[in-house]
Design a protein around this ligand. Structure first.
Ligand SMILES: *Cc1c(COP(=O)(O)O)cnc(C)c1O
Length: 375
């Protein structure tokens, strides 16, 4: 008897299946040794930073940090609902949209199930799938863009979730309304379609929608479409961890059952309300991005670089081979510029560059011009 017990202790806890298959997520670099002030263009944070009103609200809330937050995030959900014309009852807030993407996997997928996403999709999707013991399955893309037919061809009776980032990170491409509707129409009702619209506020293309209509169309018709959003990108509050989702009441209820009761801090909620209400600042951030994304695309194209068309706040620049991408990254680092290598996204020959401030964009162009000249 005691021998058995010793054996169990020696073996230790047993990891659930799938978890040791997870490759830990590695974020964009944020430091260059010996450079106190690098130009950081590696994490898609809005160039203009957070709204001053959000910072003020955060500081003000600090005095009450001994109090637990409102676990229902009522005022925040009402502010989001008012800003985007959505029913606050059908909104859930989380510690970043990453938390919500994970909750969706926990609610709907498990061992033996499949979770589908596109080839160059966001790396959180396979992490979410593996963490519940489900199998991540990818579908090929066409021209660095998700392909609805290829996605639908990969749906099996075991498929429980489809994650689609629209627009997608790191490619910057998007699916127009018609394609998204076709994806939804081709999925069985028992499959949850997760529309990850982290960059929605930046998109100005008029055939793009963040997903509200598809969510609403699913109400009572499967209740199986949900849209996730974040305060980390245009609102530039990535350090606070705040995201939200809008879905059918039934699906939001499922997520509320499994989330931790105080998943969003009080100062974060206060900052989120101020950020979402600062409509003028958000428009400024979108206009700035539009102007400099177009400018950077044109300048790099003139220099002979291959830039994937982007509707978001970053560009994917493609090189002849992975070695060139590495060399360009090293060259930029030496100039104090941090961009993102994306080999884990199946794009080892590319670099992702976030749209920054004017002087940052000019520094990138000057550096890449010098790289071409062999300076
Ligand atoms: C940045 C990003 C998110 C947001 O993550 P948070 O957890 O809200 O910071 C979600 N999806 C994609 C595709 C992203 O690029």
């Amino acid at each position: 008897m005691s021998g058995d017990k010793t054996d169990l202790v020696a073996r230790g806890p047993v990891l659930r299946p799938g978890i040791d298959a997870i490759e830990a997520y590695v974020g964009g670099k944020s430091k260059i040794a010996g450079n106190a002030n690098p130009i950081k263009l590696s994490s898609n944070e809005s160039a203009l930073g957070p709204s001053p009103r959000a910072v003020e609200a955060y500081n003000k809330a600090a005095a009450s940090m001994h109090r637990y937050p409102d676990g229902g995030a009522v005022a925040l959900r009402e502010a989001i609902g008012a800003r985007y014309s959505l029913d606050p009852e059908r909104i859930i807030c989380g510690a970043g949209s990453d938390e919500i993407l994970g909750l969706l996997a926990r609610a709907y997928a498990g061992p033996g199930d499949e979770v589908l996403y596109s080839e160059h999709g966001f790396l959180i999707y396979p992490i979410a799938a593996h963490s519940v013991g489900a199998l991540p399955v990818t579908a090929g893309e066409t021209n660095l863009t998700a392909d609805v037919d290829k996605l639908l061809a990969k749906v099996t009776p075991r498929t429980k979730l489809v994650y689609i980032s629209n627009p997608n990170n790191p490619t910057g491409s998007y699916l127009a309304n018609g394609e998204m509707a076709r994806l939804r129409a081709g999925l069985p009702d028992n499959v949850v379609l997760v529309i990850d619209a982290a960059y929605a506020e930046f998109v100005t293309a008029n055939d793009y929608a963040a997903g509200v209509e598809l969510v609403d169309a699913s109400v009572g018709q499967g209740d199986n479409v949900v849209m996730t959003r974040t305060f980390s990108k245009i609102y530039a509050m990535g350090g606070l961890r705040l995201g939200w989702a809008y879905g059918p009441a039934r699906l939001i209820d499922h997520l509320n059952r499994i989330r931790m009761p105080f998943n969003v801090g009080s100062a974060t909620q206060a900052a989120g309300i101020a950020a979402v209400e600062d409509v003028a600042f958000t428009s400024q951030a979108r206009d700035h991005n539009e102007r400099w994304r177009i400018w950077l695309t044109e300048e790099l194209t003139k220099l002979g670089y291959r830039v994937a068309p982007s509707v978001a706040n970053f560009l994917l620049v493609r090189f002849a081979d992975p070695a060139t991408a590495e060399a360009v990254d090293a060259f930029l680092t030496a100039r104090g510029i941090i961009v993102r290598q994306v080999p884990k996204y199946g794009l080892p020959d590319s670099l992702r560059i976030t749209i920054g401030l004017e002087h940052e964009m000019k520094a990138v162009v000057a550096a890449l011009a010098d790289f071409k000249k062999g300076v």
